[in-house]
Write a protein that binds this ligand. Structure first.
Ligand SMILES: CC(C)(COP(=O)(O)OP(=O)(O)OC[C@H]1O[C@@H](n2cnc3c(N)ncnc32)[C@H](O)[C@@H]1OP(=O)(O)O)[C@@H](O)C(=O)NCCC(=O)NCCS
Length: 294
């Protein structure tokens, strides 16, 4: 039997301990259970913003110990909702654990067949602060539409899989507006977002310090195509690191696709360390009309 979670299940669903149902990041109607009589055999839980009408991602697949075929049960549970991306967290080297491979097999069986590996970087207050840029100037830009235009420029030639998918589906400007809307729902104030200029006053890119429920994060670093190859990614990342550290951050986290090699190299140069891997399984891109997910 498949059903969504009931309030009465809250304390008795193993695998959901510590999940924030009270904040509405997780919700009973976004949590599907496979049951056998009174017994809960497996669970799939989706996560979203407290004000969101739909979840953003599937992030929990749990099976009771001894479950004979978790892959099939999970695949059936995943199919109960439209195809949102599945985010699976593991440690470097943990990609081959059965815990991971079985969950990815379930996602694949449910149509989430495209896998992107995201490196999770971390800077901690024990690490030296990177040198702050002397060749760029930074300014706030309160106009969301101006920011969207800069995001759209930066998306050209991006090596980030989600950006490329979004641009293919929505076009650069609409994808940029969607991104801005998501960043505005994050915790760090909008007025900390920065636009960067070189000494001649030409636009270089943008730097968004941000925060999520886990703490301060590098929201976004982007360099416009004509300014790439000058190492400006380091200047932008250094600025974000300084701003967050000034605000009291002792840990700063950031994700980037393994395939986004210039960005990963910049994190390494600035003293960020890989602490985890995020695997993202998505449905292959579809045109806008046919798509139900985030
Ligand atoms: C990732 C990014 C910020 C790198 O900026 P940058 O300041 O050009 O980085 P670097 O100058 O250190 O680049 C190192 C090398 O990678 C190359 N490179 C940088 N971005 C590239 C891209 N998108 N595609 C192909 N090559 C790229 C540079 O030309 C340079 O090559 P070289 O060593 O032969 O000169 C920039 O590509 C970008 O804005 N991408 C889109 C947004 C993005 O992915 N942000 C990160 C999201 S987490």
């Amino acid at each position: 039997m498949f059903r969504t979670m009931a309030e009465a299940d809250l304390g008795r669903v193993p695998g959901l301990i510590g999940r924030s149902y009270d904040t509405r990041n997780y919700r009973p109607e976004w949590t599907w259970l496979a049951t056998d009589g009174d017994e809960i055999k497996a669970v799939a839980a989706w996560w979203g913003f407290p004000t969101g009408e739909q979840p953003l991602a599937l992030d929990t697949l749990y099976a009771a110990p001894g479950e004979a075929d978790p892959v099939a049960v999970w695949a059936a549970l995943i199919r109960r909702m439209p195809p949102f991306d599945y985010h699976l967290f593991t440690t470097p080297g943990g990609e081959k654990d059965p815990e991971v491979t079985q969950r990815l097999a379930a996602a694949r069986a449910a149509g989430l067949s495209e896998i992107v590996e995201r490196l999770r970087y971390e800077w901690t207050a024990g690490d030296p602060l990177p040198r702050r840029s002397t060749r760029l100037t930074f300014a706030a830009e309160p106009d969301d539409e101006a920011f969207a235009k800069i995001f759209a420029m930066i998306s050209e030639g991006s090596l980030d899989a989600a950006t490329r998918e979004g641009v293919a589906r929505l076009g650069a400007l609409e994808q940029a507006r969607e991104d801005i809307a998501v960043y505005k729902q994050m915790r760090d104030p909008r007025d900390r977002w920065r636009v960067a200029f070189d000494r001649d006053g030409n636009l270089v890119g943008c730097a968004l310090p941000s925060a999520n429920d886990g703490g301060p994060v590098v929201g976004y670093v982007g360099v416009v195509p004509e300014q790439r190859g000058n190492g400006y990614a380091d200047d932008l990342l250094a600025e974000i690191t300084h701003m967050l550290a000034e605000d009291g951050a002792t840990t700063i986290r950031a994700d980037t696709d393994r395939g986004n090699t210039p960005m990963a190299a910049s994190f390494e140069r600035l003293g960020y360390h890989i602490f985890a891997i995020r695997l993202v399984a998505s449905a292959p891109s579809q045109p806008e009309e046919g798509r139900l997910g985030a």
